[in-house]
Design a protein around this ligand. Sequence first.
Ligand code: NAG
Ligand code: NAG
Ligand code: NAG
Ligand code: NAG
Ligand code: NAG
Length: 365
Amino acid sequence: MAYSRSLYLQLSALLLTGFASANLAYKSRPDLAVPVLNITIPATNETDPGLIFYTPESTYADNTGHGPAQSGPYIYTDKGELVWSGFGFVGPRSENFQVHTYRGKQVLSIFEGSHNSPMGHGHGHTAIFDDSYQLLKEIKGGGHRLADQHEFLFFDDHSALHTVYEPEIRDLTAYGATSENQSWILDNKIQKVDTDTNRVLWEWSSLDHVDPAGTNLTLQSGNAGLGVNSSQVWHYFYMNAFDVDAKTNKYLLSARSMCTIFKMDGDTGEIIWRLGGKDSDFELGDGVDFCWQHDTRMHEKYLHHESKGSKEIISFFDNSAHENLAGGPILQSRPYSAGKVVELDTKKKTAKLIAEFRAPGGSLR
Ligand SMILES: *[C@@H]1O[C@H](CO)[C@@H](O)[C@H](O)[C@H]1NC(C)=O
Ligand SMILES: *[C@@H]1O[C@H](CO)[C@@H](O)[C@H](O)[C@H]1NC(C)=O
Ligand SMILES: *[C@@H]1O[C@H](CO)[C@@H](O)[C@H](O)[C@H]1NC(C)=O
Ligand SMILES: *[C@@H]1O[C@H](CO)[C@@H](O)[C@H](O)[C@H]1NC(C)=O
Ligand SMILES: *[C@@H]1O[C@H](CO)[C@@H](O)[C@H](O)[C@H]1NC(C)=O
């Protein structure tokens, strides 16, 4: 089925060369030009069931061969069949397309806004759609701030959490600034906002709790921004993911530029422990070592009941690679990227790799 559709699209492309958008893949929706997924390793009966969510981007104009003709949020089955095209539902740049439970119902969240390239962060808000794909509400940054695209979670039925990146002017001579112009640093915030009013209920600031001296991407290296203005700002922390245990109000943060995962107390804002990077509180077992990671998640529900308390299970994606913003070769800490599941013993301060998932072919992402 998927294959015959791919074939049909190839034929259509041949037949329709010169037309910018529609590709007639769906007779009832000739306006849609749906990106075709080429599934090279099909899902089996042993694959966890689920749908594929993604937000392909057109960074170039149509018909240049880069990106889809119609960027937006899409849902597919794991066989590559289209479930939903969100083209035109949100602005041209969409990100972080997720499913949540909110007020007892399944909802979709989609970040929409603009993208600061090459620094890689967003300025926008999150649109929430109900289970009939109707816009329910837009959740915005509070306190006259724009939300970033990296993380969005509901804390409960009345509040949501998102990342906010706030450029600030500070004296950075202690971190190697060579001119007074090198004074812009990016504060990474988690904002908890009221989902009805967008009022800020709580906020956490990386600069209040984590010294930039611990970063792996120093100001001098230029690899996390030059710090010369509010867009070329020094991204010393780069919080690209967080997770929360709403019952205990504890957070797990991924700081990409610091190659560190932090546990943080939401009541006091204090750091509880650090895994990886320059000041790890844990001894890292074989294969745990990581850098420039994404997608940190808590998996306390997988713990054996009797070991709860001192043991925690987390997962993350260890990219082991970072684009060299200063123009050199890609920074690399391992020859391949991998998803990792790690068991932490928070008393003995040990970290053990319990599962690793490498991309077929062992490539870097
Ligand atoms: C799908 O990908 C495989 C492996 O890269 C390639 O050989 C094949 O030609 C692709 N198929 C289509 C329809 O693009
Ligand atoms: C999956 O399918 C294969 C081949 O049909 C079969 O041998 C296997 O037992 C199945 N596994 C499960 C978990 O159903
Ligand atoms: C610093 O900023 C000033 C004013 O914006 C500008 O004139 C000067 O060229 C800048 N210096 C450097 C070293 O970038
Ligand atoms: C910020 O600095 C970068 C690097 O020097 C420069 O390319 C860019 O134009 C500047 N942006 C603004 C808004 O001044
Ligand atoms: C990050 O910094 C720590 C401490 O300097 C160092 O041990 C580690 O090798 C660095 N990682 C990378 C990938 O640069």
